[in-house]
Design a protein around this ligand. Structure first.
Ligand code: ADP
Ligand code: ZN
Length: 750
């Protein structure tokens, strides 16, 4: 009887065989195995990209090598890797493991996570070029014995005396010759070329005057002491640093980083992109020598350069937005997330990770502390401290005994100005007059998500984008109507495009309209408007804030953008124009966002000697959330809101995943959503799983960029239950080809 013929990898079983585990930038859960042919064995390492034949047609495809193994258990014949694309691994083993965790946690594929974690500039080595260095061939002992021509001899002499390999230009200069002796020597194999990638340009950072650390007050000191205890124990712990606005959290971060830098370790500081203000950055630059700032305007070349510097351990502190959590620090000692409550830490495309959760996992794996700093902790973070998973530290006072500003709720329901469609009611107008008369500055805050100026037909409705379910917004400076979800824009029509009526009217209180109103009420005052329209030019944000700080501007007017992390001693009045607009959003976190906004905005005043106050205009003066915000009472708000969440079985008490289906055909997507939900429900009841399904329903913005969107939610006590359920059913769901489906684990925007 004949033995079955062994497959090639069984033949080679043992030390001789090497296979790479490869994942692809596609929504595939599988890790594929490829044989590593002999010539590539010395080159390949996990964390590099490889080229492999993929699929039936063996299409050359780029993949990530995530591991190497000599034990393979597959019955299929293995294909071989054709090329190793990177000289160095793009990611360390530690970061590979972390990306695998992200894929599991957020139900995306490992390959997709890798693709998004490594910056494009790093992949294509932007801003570098290959430079050739030379060194002596290894077995050369006696130069004289070679009897070389004079110039070649000189080159050899220089190299023999040099400890390092030398670049051609250094070599020709030292040997006082041209390049031809070098070419001849290379042909004789007496010198050996060595190719290295060099940066073309190095980034010159702005110069900042160094500053000494401040002497901490008692609250700051005891917060710092606790953090340092964790740092010295070299243990993982998440510390929620709940400090009111102006309590000096940044100073605590800085001194904690001071300690870990003295051990030769690095720190990552995550900030919301918007508050990557030059002010914050200057504060870090003034205290540390090597600060890398990773913001969204970096060129590919700059990003690559920073990445290398960080990987080589040249950087002490990395300050950056969400994706800076993937900074390849070789010796990380501390992670800090400032303004922990900001929703920009959640990524809104695949992989939909939350940087706070990735940071927690990274800190846990590396055995280091994670600090979450905020004046308004998310309920998720608060509950973790209540349940004893994380540590809570409270700083309840502002530095130097400055009081929190008094907040007055102004009921504008019967205000005659508001009724005449003004944005500034009587009380606020008068308060502005007084503040400005006594030489103070004023910030007016308008919520962008609330009303925008729209053209309104007196007979029917506003003008909508033909591709999105969104009313078009009037932009005065361009003289056009714009869609805020896509690129659609039109000049304002004379007549209503729907019913043909003339007499379109402008409604709403956008920042531009507010600007006009403020100008007409305070014609003498200098005013600056900050919103995403007026701040489009790089640097304009910095310029505007500098002008305001230097007192060249009296009134600063803007959206969310100005509610964050700023510190102006001369601001004596903050006006919140429409505190309610967030409150009525169809969003689980509507109340939480409203509280956060009022609290954060209030934090912009009362920082200096003159004190300050806050006026909040509202149509809902009895709304508890607005009351709690006015009282600066976070804990009252939290216990009120947590009760609500418990009642409706929502996060943070339940884990949630949201599934979005989209299609160009509304009927198809509605049917498909119904079918999928029915399928999931029957699976749940069959397996008796503790999962609730809510929906399907049209998504709040049902039509976006021509696509119709439906969604449903799944909740459970454990996220694991939802993850397991999803992985189990996905292969059987058989989604119609013209429908796209995405899942968002722990969604923050509903
Ligand atoms: P937070 O981040 O908590 O809002 P900041 O760190 O921005 O507070 O501090 C508010 C202001 O107080 C800053 O101008 C800061 O320089 C100053 N400050 C912080 N700590 C001290 C201190 N111990 N002594 C004096 N001033 C301080
Ligand atoms: Zn649109």
């Amino acid at each position: 009887q004949l033995e079955p013929e062994p497959a090639p990898w069984e033949l080679a079983a043992g030390a001789d065989l090497l296979a790479a585990q490869v994942v692809f930038n596609r929504p595939l859960d599988t890790v594929y195995h490829y044989l590593v042919p002999e010539p590539l064995r010395d080159m390949i390492e996990p964390g590099q990209r490889v080229k492999v034949p993929f699929g039936r047609g063996n299409t050359p495809t780029l993949g990530y090598c995530v591991g190497l193994t000599s034990e393979i258990s597959t019955s299929k014949r293995l294909k071989s890797i054709t090329e190793v694309l990177d000289r160095q691994p793009l990611l360390s083993q530690q970061m590979l493991d972390l990306t695998q965790w992200i894929a599991d946690r957020y139900l995306s594929s490992w390959g997709q996570v890798l693709e998004s974690v490594v910056p494009a500039g790093v992949k294509r080595q932007a801003g570098t070029r290959e430079v050739v260095f030379y060194r002596l061939a290894p077995d050369i002992a006696d130069l004289e014995a070679l009897k070389l021509p004079k110039k070649q001899h000189a080159v050899m002499q220089v190299l023999a005396e040099s400890e390092e390999a030398l670049r051609v230009d250094a070599l020709t200069e030292a040997a006082e010759c041209g390049t031809s002796p070098i070419d001849s020597l290379r042909k004789k194999r007496l010198i050996v070329p060595e190719r290295r990638r060099m940066n073309v340009n190095q980034i010159t950072e702005m110069h900042v005057e160094p500053q000494a650390d401040l002497k901490l007050n008692d609250e700051q000191q005891s917060a710092l002491n606790h953090i340092l205890k964790t740092v010295r124990a070299a243990e993982y712990e998440t510390i929620l640093l709940h400090g009111v606005t102006g309590s000096g959290k940044t100073e605590v971060y800085i001194q904690a980083i001071r300690e870990i830098v003295s051990y030769g370790l690095q720190a990552i500081v995550l900030v919301p992109e918007i508050s990557l203000t030059p002010q914050t950055i200057r504060r870090f630059r003034a205290r540390f020598d090597n600060v890398a700032v990773l913001h969204s305007h970096l060129s590919d070349a700059d990003r690559h350069w920073h990445w290398q510097q960080i990987a080589q351990g040249e950087v002490q502190v990395i300050v950056g937005a969400r994706s800076a959590i993937f900074a390849p620090t070789p010796h990380l000692g501390l992670i800090i997330i400032d303004e922990e409550h900001e929703s920009t830490f959640k990524q809104h495309s695949t992989p939909r990770y939350h940087a706070r959760e990735v940071a927690r996992e990274r800190a846990r794996r590396e055995g280091i502390p994670l600090i979450l700093g905020t004046a308004t902790p998310t309920l998720e973070s608060l509950v973790r401290t209540i349940e004893g998973h994380d540590k809570l530290i409270v700083m309840k006072d502002r530095v130097e005994q400055r009081p929190l500003p008094p907040v007055t709720i102004v009921d504008v329901r019967n205000d005659p100005l508001i009724q005449r469609r003004h944005s500034l009611g009587r009380a606020l107008t008068n308060a502005m007059q007084r503040a400005l008369d006594s030489g103070g500055q004023v910030i007016l805050f308008l919520n962008l998500r609330g009303f925008s100026p729209v053209l309104w037909c007196p007979k029917c409705t506003g003008i909508r984008c033909p591709d999105c379910d969104v009313t078009l917004t009037w932009h005065k400076d361009r003289g056009r109507l714009l869609c805020h979800s896509c690129e659609y824009e039109i000049p304002p029509p004379e007549r209503c495009p729907t019913c043909g009526q003339p007499g379109m009217r402008l409604l709403g209180a956008g920042t531009q309209r507010l600007e006009d109103e403020v100008k007409s009420k305070f014609p003498e005052m200098r005013l600056i408007r900050m919103d995403s329209d007026s701040m489009r030019k790089p640097g304009s944000h910095d310029e505007a804030l500098t002008a305001f700080r230097e007192g060249k501007v009296d009134i600063l007017l803007g959206t969310q953008m100005i509610a964050k992390g700023l510190d102006f001693p001369n601001v004596t009045l903050v006006g919140v124009i429409d505190a309610d607009s967030l409150l009525h959003q169809p969003d689980l976190r509507a109340a939480e966002r409203t509280f956060q906004l009022i609290a954060q905005v209030a934090g912009r005043t009362g920082r200096g000697e003159k004190g300050g106050r806050v006026l909040v205009q509202t149509m809902n003066p009895d709304e508890p959330v607005i009351q709690f915000a006015a009282q600066h009472d976070y804990y009252k708000f939290a216990s009120y809101e947590l009760k609500q969440r418990k009642m409706v079985m929502a996060p943070p008490y339940r884990s949630m995943a949201r599934v979005i289906l989209r299609s160009l055909d509304e009927e198809v997507v509605a049917e498909e959503a119904k079918r999928v939900v029915k399928f999931i429900r029957s699976h749940i009841s069959e397996k008796k799983l503790p999962v609730r399904v809510l929906g399907p329903a049209p998504a709040p913005i049902t039509r976006l960029r021509k696509y119709f969107r439906y969604h449903f939610q799944m909740t459970s006590d454990q996220i694991q239950t939802i993850q397991d359920l999803w992985r189990e059913i996905v292969p059987y769901m058989k989604i119609a080809t013209d429908v796209e489906l995405t899942i968002d684990v722990d969604p923050v925007d509903l």
